[in-house]
Write a protein that binds this ligand. Structure first.
Ligand SMILES: [Zn+2]
Length: 289
């Protein structure tokens, strides 16, 4: 399987350094230590669409996130102090498609952490302002001392399968022709399998049997974990929730293959390669019928 987008950063996250002030100061003073150049939450790129790394230049450790070590080189990201963005502007997706896969993963972690900082400036317990600690991997309340750690929101994304075909659907906001796997947030009190079954029933009226986990990816808008699954549908009749899903249809391997190859006669436009729905569709066409 081709690794999903936003994976493969390959940095040593050096968790033990986050609470070790002396070693953290040493990392900051390293001759090659560098900070990811960001414009707010988005990456600053050079002419070759590569990430830009700047020297530390007096950045205070309190305003930095230790992303990890690239070999011996400590890599930091700024705590950007910007308003949260949530979903990305369309231009950003073009830019992401041009990024090297490893660099996309490094930036995605910096973006998610910054979104989290931006949304957790006040204590959820007592309302006092919070400050970063643990080298940017936490925030602590200045009032009651409550500690908060970066969160991820789990999302299930799945293909229902029936008789050699899978279900693809489109949301109203998708570009024309685009269809993808159905998806939804996992709720408290649910297993992954239960969330997959619930979402497929709510959005498409499908009852499913076995659910199989396939792969996952961090999705930095703002900080989801996409968990890609296959589900065996009991039949192929659909009842769409049209507030969520504009249209959906069953497609066989030839149709999915044509979509992934962007063939002119493809039955739909596939999601882009950095989206895990793309990875999942590609994985499925490579399975035996
Ligand atoms: Zn507090």
């Amino acid at each position: 399987m081709i690794p999903p987008g936003f994976t493969g950063a390959g940095l040593d996250r050096a968790d033990q350094l986050r609470v070790d002030a002396a070693r953290l100061a040493e990392a900051l003073a390293h001759a090659e230590a560098s900070v990811l150049a960001m414009q707010g939450l988005e990456p600053e790129l050079d002419e070759a669409s590569r990430l830009v790394w700047s020297p530390i230049n007096g950045h205070a450790i309190e305003r930095l996130i230790l992303l990890g070590f690239d070999g011996e080189v400590p890599r930091f990201a700024p705590i950007a102090d910007v308003a949260p963005h949530g979903t990305a502007a369309m231009y950003l997706f073009k830019l992401i498609s041009e990024l090297d896969a490893r660099e996309a993963a490094i930036w995605a972690a910096a973006r998610s952490l910054n979104e989290w900082h931006a949304r957790h400036r006040f204590c959820g317990v007592c309302g006092t302002p919070t400050e970063p600690f643990r080298a940017g991997w936490g925030r602590r309340c200045g009032g009651c001392g409550a500690e908060n750690f970066p969160r991820v929101d789990p999302v299930v994304i799945m293909l229902a399968e029936h008789d050699g075909r899978v279900l693809v659907g489109r949301q109203h906001r998708y570009p024309p022709g685009r269809y993808s796997a159905l998806a939804g947030f996992l709720e408290p009190g649910e297993s992954i399998e239960e969330a997959v079954a619930r979402e497929l029933f709510e959005e498409a009226g499908l009852r499913v049997g076995a659910v199989r986990y396939v792969t996952s990816q961090p999705w930095p808008f703002p900080y989801s974990l996409m968990m890609a699954c296959m589900a065996e549908a009991e039949d192929d009749s659909l009842t769409l929730d049209t507030t969520e899903i504009e249209a959906a249809f069953w497609v066989d391997r030839a149709g999915v293959r044509a979509a992934l190859d962007a063939a002119p006669d493809a039955p739909f436009q596939a999601p882009p390669p950095y989206a895990i729905a793309h990875t999942l569709l590609r994985w499925w066409v490579e399975q035996e019928d």
